[in-house]
Every structure is written in C-alpha cells, then in structure tokens.
Design a protein around this ligand. Sequence first.
Ligand SMILES: [Ca+2]
Length: 326
Amino acid sequence: MTSTPTTRIPVYLDCDTGIDDALALAYLLASPEIDLVGIGSVSGNVSAAQGAVNTLDLLALAGRPDVPVAVGAHHPVAGEFDGGVPHIHGRNGVGNVDLPPSGLEPVAESAAELLIRLSHQHEGELRVLAIGPFTNLAEALRIDAGLAGRVHGVTVMGGAALTPGNVTPVAEANVWNDPEAAAEVVGADWDVTLVPLDVTEENVFEESDREALLAAETPLARALGEILDVYFDFYVVVYGRRSCALHDPLSAALVVGGITATKAPAVPIVVDTTQGPGRGQTICDLRGQRMGTHDRVGRRTRVVLDTDRPLAEHLVERILAYRPAV
Ligand SMILES: [Ca+2]
C-alpha cells in the first residue's frame, strides 16, 4: 500500500454478505479516507460461515487478501438462525454467482474477539460499522464492558423510524433478526448512529447503474454487476421495477464521509423485544418534530432522517475508479 495508514480512519466492518453488503465492502475498499482494519461475519442474509466465505472471495477479487475476516455468531442472542433469505440474495448470498474461490481462511478468533482486539489497537479512533444483525456487537459488549469506551462511534444499518418495516409492518431485517442484540447495542454507553429504512430506501440503484458496473474494467466491479441481477428481481415488489435499495452502501458512505447526514437528531431509541406485533420495531422518540427536530440533552443515539445527496452516482464512481493495490 502506498497510502499512510495513520492518516486514515480505522473501520471495523460487521456484515452478513449479502449483495448490498458486497457493494458496501467494495465502496469501503475504494475509499482512501478509511482503513478497513477487520471484518466480522454474522448470520443474517446467509449464515455467518457463508458470509465469511463471500467476504473473503470479494476481498481476493479486490486485491485485498490482507484484511482479516473473522466468523461471528451463527445464532442470534435469543432463538436460532432462520436460514437466511435465498429468495432475496440468492442461495449463496451473492446472487447465485460463483465467485472465484479465494483460497483464504478466516482468522482463528471470533468476530467479537477481533472487534475487541481492534478496539485496543485503535483505542479512541475505531469506527464500528454494522450492516448485518448486531449479534457480534452485543457479544463483544458482554465479553468486555470496556469496549464501548474505546470505540469512537458505531454506525448501524437498521430500523425504521417513521416508515414501515421490511420484514413486518414495523420491523427492519437487521433488527428483526436479533432484536435482543439491537436493544443491547443502542442501550450501551457509546455513540450510535442508526441508518434506518427512512433514508436507505430513498437511495435506489437503477439498471443503468448496474450496467455501468457490468461494463467496468475490473473483475470486482463486473462481479458486483452480475450478483445484483437476482437482487434487482426481488425489488420489483418494492419499487415496481428492477432496481434495489442501497441500505448497506449508504451506511458505509456516512462513515466514510462521502455522504453527509443533514438531519440526524440525537433522540431516545428503544428496540421492541416483546413477542407481539411490535417485535423488532425501533421506537425513535421524534415528538416535537413539527417544531424542528432537535438533539435531546445527553442522548448518544442518533437516527439519520435525511442526507445531502443521493448515493448511487458517487457509489458507481468510486467502485469504477478503484484499482487493486499491487
Ligand atoms: Ca447486510
């Protein structure tokens, strides 16, 4: 690498790779503002084990086999992994595309252990970006209560503030898959930024964007274009046309700074962990919004409600410009 790691923001990524996870990963690798220092997988779109395989295959395609990948939790805090969503992300999580096998192995430690180790190594600087269920983060907080004090901030893709859910009328998938973990993460004593469906569903990737990837020079970009095909089919029931929401890439762009949140009030956020129809809801206290949405004193949980510009064009530009380090 020719860049200087000390000038780049260290980021730990927790993911369930996953098609939009793959886009987010490529964007992070293409972003000189940050240094991706470690990745943990978690069950969600696919099993944690399959998510790690997909992540390693993508890292190899990107010319970044040096990034450590740890396999995280297979089951949520309560209950069991439900088998994922092959009808959305394909049977293997990457749109039924057979990526070239990386030949790489995950590290021996768990995702929670990797996160804790990195929080010591980059104390006060580490940004945590979670784009899958929050099981690993909750596990790490339980192992080491001091973790929260060593992390600069946590950004999580998840929840729905003033918009419907995407699994139930009120629950978004990452929270739905492990509400107990989500409750622990938003309740811990660290700065949490929630990136909910309210903003991620506003950022849409269109067929023209996918075609730009398919026509790219790099194998990574072309592979992303291919794996999006299955995802685009699913989204016909969401947007009425082949396209997809940029849930995970938007969360990544907010950490990188490529996209800026223009409305992200610090408010109380509670996750419903009951077994009723509200299970998995992220209840954000936005009362008073008609008088302007202001930060509540002492709150460390923010919810992103608006951003400065659409993501798709910026995302395509970064991925097309990226060249693997040699
Ligand atoms: Ca994800």
